[in-house]
Design a protein around this ligand. Structure first.
Ligand code: GLY
Ligand code: MN
Ligand code: MN
Length: 367
């Protein structure tokens, strides 16, 4: 039963709370609320305690909550009662003496409101407990991620077949979203990046009213938001004009770096060592300073979540983690190349969930 899945997560959270000497946790990150309950709305907090779990929400969500999390205790606050005041009331009624709260998502105003309303409750700032649980995906989450990958890749196939020089970056971004929705996505996992020429040297470029035919290659970074909120994230570069030796060279370095990174992904390997394996390929080719971000990030209900693949993260990979591997080389005034795939850490290695073609001869479009 779906409810058991969420109850199991809350039980795991309680174990973590006990280790922090906290009796209960106020969850203020809406994505964490979803992860712990299955409730897909927002503007709601959750108190998870030993004896009681209570969702604090409002009248817009009464029916939705009864459908998505039957059996869960709910407090529906009246319109004139704010979320913090309602939370304090619930905590007082439940006689909670000791309440952890997510200090990485609770605002200063909310924390001050709780402190002044709960004079006889000890409030303990706690950070990242639910995020730690979210690091490793269960089989249903992996299936949901696979579905988001399928939607993204099907949509991209349609895009490649219909891409024309007279489209603008913005039109391409729009068409890509439309085709992913046609394959079942409820939307994009983030606003797609479509960038031609020098604009592609901005790792997070915003699409413009600029024609695809204005340059000889286009970078597309996109993903689907699946029905259950799990997200995919890919990047491909497509050659749409005269192929320069520079593009071929830079692309080859990035692809080799990505393959070196992926090869390193397995349980027990530190995130920073995966980053280093890919980064070394780019450094050895003389482009080290032009790879100006971490190698990748975890993927799940959020487009960016733990674990981070960068030079600072010493956490070891574990089975069930899903990460992007996305090295890039960005040359201001010329353009950028990034290749991004989604990778599942398995018991004895990894599985690349994404399969859009990426060999150099496969990214050349017949334009
Ligand atoms: N789409 C943003 C990223 O690749 O992290
Ligand atoms: Mn991306
Ligand atoms: Mn990414």
């Amino acid at each position: 039963m779906a409810g058991d899945r969420y109850a199991k997560r809350r039980k795991q959270l309680m174990r973590k709370l006990r280790a922090k000497h906290a009796e209960s946790l106020l969850v203020t990150n809406f994505t964490n609320v979803t992860y712990l309950t299955g409730f897909s709305g927002d503007d709601s907090f959750l108190i998870v305690g030993r004896d009681k779990t209570i969702l604090i929400s409002d009248g817009r969500y009464t029916t939705q909550i009864s459908e998505e999390c039957p059996g869960l205790d709910v407090y529906i606050r009246p319109q004139k009662e704010g979320l913090v005041a309602a939370t304090a009331k619930v905590a007082r009624r439940a006689k909670i003496r000791n309440l952890g709260f997510e200090s990485n998502s609770t605002t200063v105003d909310q924390a001050e409101g709780l402190l002044s309303a709960l004079k006889s409750t000890e409030l303990i700032p706690l950070s990242g407990l639910v995020e730690e649980l979210r690091l490793c995906k269960d089989p249903q989450e992996v299936a949901d991620l696979r579905e988001a990958v399928r939607q993204a890749e099907k949509g991209f196939e349609v895009l490649k077949a219909t891409l024309r020089g007279e489209q603008t970056e913005l039109q391409v971004a729009h068409d890509l979203e439309h085709s992913m929705r046609g394959f079942g996505a409820v939307g994009t996992s983030f606003p797609p990046i479509v960038a031609v020429g020098p604009h592609s040297a901005l790792p997070h470029a915003t699409p413009r009213h600029v024609l695809i035919s204005d340059a000889s290659f286009v970078l597309v970074d996109w993903g689907a938001n699946g029905q259950t909120g799990y997200k995919s994230d890919l990047t491909r570069v497509l050659a749409t004009g005269k192929i320069s030796s520079k593009l071929e060279k830079v692309y080859g370095v990035v692809l080799n770096a990505q393959l070196a990174g992926i090869q390193k992904v397995r349980p027990g390997v530190r995130c920073c060592d995966v980053d280093a394996a890919a980064r070394k390929v780019i450094e050895d080719a003389g482009f080290g300073k032009k790879f100006n971000h971490g190698l990748g990030h975890g993927l799940g209900l959020d487009i960016h979540e733990g674990p981070r693949l960068n030079s600072a993260t010493e956490l070891e990979l574990r089975p069930g983690m899903v990460v992007t591997v996305e090295p890039g080389i960005y040359l201001p005034g010329w353009g950028g190349v990034r290749i991004e795939d989604d990778v599942l850490v398995t018991k004895d290695g990894c599985e690349v969930l994404t399969s859009s073609p990426k060999a150099f001869d496969e990214i050349i479009l017949d334009f």
